[in-house]
Design a protein around this ligand. Structure first.
Ligand SMILES: Cc1ncc(COP(=O)(O)O)c(C=O)c1O
Length: 460
C-alpha cells in the first residue's frame, strides 16, 4: 500500500497559519505547507520511492544565488546550497550561460568520445586543484567516485604485491549509498540490508576531538586494535578513506590523528584518499578540507560543488594511480557529459573570479561567531558548535538528560522554514548549515538571527 506524505516526514503536513515575514531577503505570506502545494507533495509520495522524502515541505520553484522561491510568493534564505551543491550560488549566471551555450552548440552527450569542452574542463580542473591532483576521472555521482577510489586503492595494492586489499574507513562517515560505499561508513543499522561484511573493509570508530586528548596516540591505539584482529599493515592494508569531517555534525578529526595516519600510510605503501564530495570546492575555507590537516592526498573524491548544478563528480590524484586501469576498463556512460563539463568549467572560473575560497573562510568566521553567540544564549540546549568556513552544525542536547535531542532539532528546522530560512535537516541532533559561498554578509547575519529566533521560540 502506498504511504501518505504524513508518514514519511518529521514535519507537520497540515497547513499552519504562521506570522507573515517581509524583509529584504525573506518573504512568508501563506500558511505552511502551502495548501496549494499539497498535490505536488502527495503526487511525489504516491509515485516516488519514500526514501526520497522527509525534507521540509517546501515545493521549490526557482533559486537564485542564496535565495529559494516557491510559486506562492514565499522566499527563503538558503543555508543548504540544496545539499552543499550550489557553492557558486544557485543558477549562477556564468554557469547557466555556459550550459545554454553548450546546449546551443548541439552536443548533449558524447560517452567517452573526445570533446573539446572535456579537454578544456580537465585542464582547468587540474590547474586549479592542489599539485597532487595530476589527472582526473569524471563520473556523474559522488558514490561512483568513492567506488572508483576503492577500485584504485585495490588495484594499487595488487600492483604493490599486497596479500589483501584492505581499506580502512570510519564509522559514521558518509561515502554514498551503494553497497560498497555504504559498507565504508554509516551506522550498523544503515548497513544491515547488506547482510554481510567485507573482511577487507575495516571501520574504525571516529576519533571525536572532545573524546581524544592525543590524536597520535589514539591513532596508535586504532592500529593496535587492527593488529589484534590479525591485520598486518604492510601486507593487508591498501588504503585509508576519510571524509575530512563527519558529515552529519561537521565534526573534524583531531589534526594530530590525521597527521599520524598520513605518515603511517607513507611508511607502508598505503594510499590516502579523502572524500571531499561535500567538503571540497571551497566549502570549508580551503580548496579541499584535508588541507586544514597539513597533509597530502593520493586520491581525492569530488562531486556536489564541482558543477554547482548538473551531475558531475570525479576522482583526482596522481597520474600513476589514475592510469592503473587499462584503457576502456574504467568508464561510465554518463561521465563527462558535455553540459556538465561546461557547468564545471564555469564553476571553476567563478570560484577564481569571485575568490570564493577566501570568501568562504572570511564569511565562515562570521558564521561561527554568530553560532557561538547562539550557544552562549542557549547553553543548556546547544551542546556544541562545529565547523569551518561556510560549513557548520549546532548539536542540540536535552538539558534534562544531556542526551542528543533529535526531536528539537527537527522542530527548529521546521520553525526556521516557517520564518523564511532553510537549513539542512539531518534527522539527528544536529542542525546543519551550508549557504552558497556567494551569500552576502547581510543575508548571512539575518539567517543566523532567524535561527536564534527559531531556537528561542521552540525551546523558550
Ligand atoms: C561525503 C560524501 N560522500 C559521498 C556522497 C555521495 O554522493 P552522491 O549522493 O552524489 O552519490 C555524499 C553525498 O551526500 C557525501 O556527502
Amino acid at each position: 500500500m502506498a504511504t501518505s506524505v504524513a508518514e514519511t516526514t518529521a514535519f507537520g503536513m497540515t497547513p499552519t497559519v504562521v506570522p507573515q515575514v517581509r524583509t529584504k531577503f525573506r518573504r512568508i505570506q501563506t500558511p505552511l505547507p502551502v495548501p496549494d502545494s499539497l498535490p505536488v507533495l502527495e503526487a511525489l509520495s504516491a509515485y516516488e520511492a519514500r526514501s526520497m522524502h522527509g525534507q521540509l515541505p517546501v515545493v521549490w520553484d526557482r533559486a537564485k544565488d542564496f535565495q529559494v522561491w516557491d510559486r506562492f510568493g514565499n522566499c527563503w534564505i538558503d543555508f543548504t546550497s540544496t545539499i552543499f551543491v550550489a557553492n557558486v550560488g544557485h543558477a549562477n549566471p556564468a554557469v547557466t550561460q555556459a550550459i545554454e551555450d553548450a546546449l546551443k552548440q548541439g552536443l548533449v552527450h558524447s560517452y567517452t568520445f573526445a570533446t573539446e569542452i572535456r579537454a578544456r574542463y580537465l585542464r582547468q580542473l587540474i590547474h586549479a586543484t592542489p599539485r597532487e591532483c595530476e589527472k582526473a576521472f569524471l563520473v556523474s555521482s559522488g558514490t561512483e567516485a568513492t567506488e572508483c577510489a576503492v577500485k584504485l586503492i585495490r588495484l594499487h595494492g595488487r600492483a604493490a604485491g599486497k596479500r589483501r586489499g584492505g581499506v580502512v574507513s570510519f564509522e559514521g562517515s558518509m561515502h554514498g549509498r551503494t553497497m560498497l560505499a555504504q559498507m565504508l561508513g554509516g551506522t550498523p543499522a544503515a548497513r544491515a540490508w547488506i547482510g554481510y561484511d567485507d573482511p577487507n573493509v575495516h571501520r574504525l570508530p571516529f576519533p571525536c576531538p572532545w573524546e581524544v586528548q592525543d590524536g597520535a596516540e589514539r591513532f596508535a591505539q586504532d592500529l593496535a586494535h587492527l593488529a589484534a584482529q590479525g591485520v598486518d599493515a604492510e601486507q593487508d592494508l591498501a588504503g585509508f578513506i576519510l571524509e575530512p569531517y563527519l558529515g552529519w555534525g561537521a565534526i573534524f578529526f583531531p589534526s594530530a590523528y590525521v597527521q599520524a595516519l598520513a605518515q603511517f600510510t607513507r611508511q607502508h605503501h598505503i594510499l590516502l584518499v579523502f572524500d571531499e564530495i561535500q567538503a571540497g570546492f571551497g566549502r570549508t575555507g580551503r580548496w579541499f578540507a584535508y588541507q586544514h590537516y597539513g597533509v597530502e592526498a593520493d586520491l581525492v573524491c569530488c562531486g556536489k560543488g564541482m558543477s554547482s548544478s548538473l551531475p558531475l563528480a570525479g576522482v583526482l590524484g596522481k597520474a600513476s594511480l589514475l592510469d592503473l586501469p587499462e584503457a576502456g576498463s574504467m568508464s561510465s556512460t554518463h561521465s563527462a557529459n558535455p553540459l556538465s563539463c561546461a557547468a564545471g568549467l564555469a564553476t571553476l572560473q567563478q570560484m577564481e573570479a569571485l575568490d570564493l575560497v577566501q570568501a568562504s573562510q572570511r564569511k565562515g568566521e562570521r558564521l561561527l561567531a554568530g553560532l557561538h553567540e547562539i550557544q552562549r544564549r542557549f547553553p543548556a540546549h546547544v551542546l556544541r558548535v562545529c565547523g569551518k568556513g561556510l560549513l557548520a552544525a549546532l548539536h542540540l542536547a536535552d538539558p534534562a538528560t544531556g542526551l542528543p535531542d533529535t526531536a528539537t532539532a527537527s522542530r527548529v528546522c521546521e520553525r526556521a522554514m516557517q520564518k523564511g530560512l532553510l537549513v539542512v535537516h539531518t534527522g539527528r541532533e544536529s542542525i546543519k548549515i551550508g549557504p552558497p559561498l556567494t551569500i552576502s554578509d547581510e543575508a548571512l547575519a539575518e539567517g543566523v538571527e532567524v535561527l536564534a529566533e527559531a531556537l528561542q521560540e521552540i525551546i523558550g
